[in-house]
Design a protein around this ligand. Structure first.
Ligand code: NAP
Length: 570
């Protein structure tokens, strides 16, 4: 049996001109049982019209292809060659004409699979006639039958489109390989429903593809055609065939310009962007506000407003303030209708902070422990994640403390009060700053909080067992440091409100990390799909994280197995 394999043609260039025919060539893997008789000859004639044939002749004359291909469909090779008008036209023009289609062995293999399922389905249909209405047996058999029917239809669809189109593309490539020339042109006559699938497959192996859709129009050469006389009608009408030629891919690619203020553009965000469906990600490093302006100007004017909808800017880098300045310049450089979507997520901090706050909010509500907005929250860590978490919490209405736990800080008190002032000035939020480098100071902070978020540097333990043992009342602690040792002693990576110490419920780094991942992926997908010139910042991330948590469906939890006799419903 021949193997299905689509590989580039070494040492040759192939150009394929795909001509859309007027009908879809009849094809089925297993003959349809509900094959209705066609209504009239005009809508069911699987043969090229004289107009198409004339156009085809002219096209061959113009292009002088090296070979021509057409789908075989349900025709036998003999019918294809002897009764096919297109084969005759090609022969007259002395151009080789080949059938390309799914291999006979592959076709009969799929046909057998379908036939087995059909036989079982028919057996079920027959058995259903015998069973009493509304019986449990009948309901179960109907469910089995519907399942089978769905499988049959899926198999047929798969065979008709992805499998068959791959064979057709492979057939064209194979014929091209046998040609002696190195610059080859093929004319492929295709059913309308397969044009885009085959085009994509060929383009994936660097074949140049042009598509031609012949459009037809009736032209009356006399003022009024006397409808009574067919002879007159025939003489007074002409068909004008005009091709619509598409050379380049109709779809502009999705381009993401990644502006990173750090010296190395983050591979994490680059991979995420590709996985979210961007066709190209262009990373820029050490981006300053001046550079950002030039990059944006250069990028937006090269694309028309339609292309702008497929353009996105992503601002990254560890320094939040720098990233925000770049965002400001990027937005100021754009103007309608040249406004592309812009994501800002400095070193993943915005999505991490949003995921952390949303997860804690959700966990508190689900555990019926009240509402996050009425809680006192202490955020350990003054990096990007800690700062943004503190801003989001303060905006929610929480009483927030931001805590520097860094014992290496000589200027701790001064540093933290400056940070508190900066958060008030820049973000309009009231956040108390606390310097707590010692266990005693930490215990003090913990005892005065209901919820603790730990967003300190990776691989450094901030809260020990001893500290936790000195804590009174129930607390919820979330940690984002996934690098051992974790920020909180006794906590596990996957914790999701586990009571890991008496009265202390933990949310671990991986539980938050998974939400952060989904969040970033969704933001990127959304920014790719909706070219509305939106800014995706931490506020957007927070709303989206809540939405994800509300609608989270887990496949494993939803799976059921249905079997007869039915179990009693609880
Ligand atoms: N899951 C994810 O996708 C994801 C994404 C981003 C970040 N993260 C995690 O989130 C955490 C925070 O990241 P970040 O970028 O915001 O901040 P960061 O720059 O990594 O550091 C956070 C803070 O840790 C404090 N710190 C530094 N050395 C310390 C020490 N020896 N002892 C105690 N504290 C110390 C510093 O406090 P001072 O400012 O007071 O000096 C600093 O502000 C990290 O653990 C990171 O791995 C996770």
């Amino acid at each position: 049996m021949k193997a299905l394999e689509i590989t580039p043609i070494e040492g040759k260039t192939l150009r394929v001109i795909m001509v859309e025919k007027e009908y879809s060539e009849p094809f089925w893997i297993a003959e349809p049982t509900n094959n209705h008789t066609p209504k009239n000859i005009l809508s069911s004639r699987f043969k090229p019209s004289v107009a198409f044939c004339n156009f085809f002749e002219k096209l061959i004359d113009e292009v002088r292809p090296d070979f021509i291909t057409e789908e075989l469909g349900n025709r036998s090779p003999r019918e294809f060659n002897e009764t096919n008008i297109l084969a005759q036209i090609s022969e007259k023009a002395k151009i080789p004409f080949f059938a390309v289609d799914v291999d006979e062995n592959a076709r009969s293999y799929v046909a057998t699979l379908i036939e087995e399922k059909r036989q079982l389905r028919d057996k079920i249909l027959k058995a259903l006639e015998e069973l009493p209405e509304n019986s449990a047996e009948k309901e179960y058999l109907i469910a089995y039958g519907q399942c089978l029917q769905q499988e049959i239809e899926e198999l047929e669809r798969e065979a008709k489109f992805s499998v068959r189109e791959s064979w057709i593309a492979m057939g064209i490539l194979e014929k091209a390989r046998t040609m002696e020339k190195t610059d080859i042109t093929c004319l492929h006559i295709s059913s309308p429903e397969h044009v885009s699938g085959i085009k994509k497959l060929l383009e994936s192996v660097d074949v140049d593809v042009e598509t031609i859709q012949p459009t037809k129009k009736l032209i009356f050469t006399k003022e009024k055609a006397p409808m009574a006389e067919i002879e007159d009608l025939l003489k007074s009408v002409q068909i004008q065939v005009k091709p619509v030629i598409r050379t380049s891919s109709e779809e502009a690619p999705y381009i993401l310009f990644f502006l990173d203020t750090d010296k190395r553009a983050s591979p994490f965000d680059i991979c995420m962007a590709y996985d979210a469906g961007f066709s190209v990600v262009v990373p820029y490093e050490n981006v300053t506000t001046e550079e950002a302006k030039k990059i944006v100007q250069d990028a937006i004017f090269s694309r028309d407003p339609k292309g702008i909808k497929r353009t996105c800017f992503f601002i990254g880098g560890k320094d939040v303030e720098k990233a925000e300045e770049v965002l400001k310049v990027v937005r100021e450089t754009m103007f309608p209708p040249f406004q592309a979507n812009t994501i800002i997520d400095p070193a993943g901090a915005y999505t991490t902070a949003a995921a952390m706050v949303a997860k804690v909010e959700d966990a508190i509500a689900k555990a019926k422990l009240g509402n996050l907005k009425n809680k006192k929250v202490a955020v350990f860590g003054t990096g990007a994640v800690g700062r943004v978490a503190a801003i989001l919490l303060a905006k929610l209405g929480c009483a927030v403390k931001i805590v520097s736990p860094n014992p290496d800080r000589k200027d701790g008190n001064e540093y933290i009060s400056k940070l508190s002032a900066l958060l008030r000035e820049r973000y309009g939020v009231d956040v108390e700053g606390v310097f707590a480098p010692t266990p005693e100071k930490k215990v003090e902070v913990l005892n005065d909080a209901d919820v603790i978020l730990c967003a300190s540097v990776a691989g450094v333990r901030i809260i020990t067992k001893d500290i936790l043992n000195s804590v009174k009342f129930v607390k919820i602690i979330a940690d984002v440091n996934a690098v051992p040792p974790l920020g909180v002693e006794g906590m596990k990576l996957d914790d999701d409100m586990r009571e890991f110490t008496s009265g202390i419920f933990g949310i671990g780094p991986l539980t938050i990390g998974r939400l952060k991942y989904k969040l970033e992926r969704e933001i990127l997908r959304e920014a790719r799909r909706n070219g509305k010139g939106t800014v995706y910042n931490y506020n957007y991330a927070m709303e989206l994280a809540r939405k994800i948590l509300r609608g989270e469906l887990q496949a494993a939890k939803l799976a059921v197995t249905v079997s007869y006799p039915p179990k009693e419903r609880k």
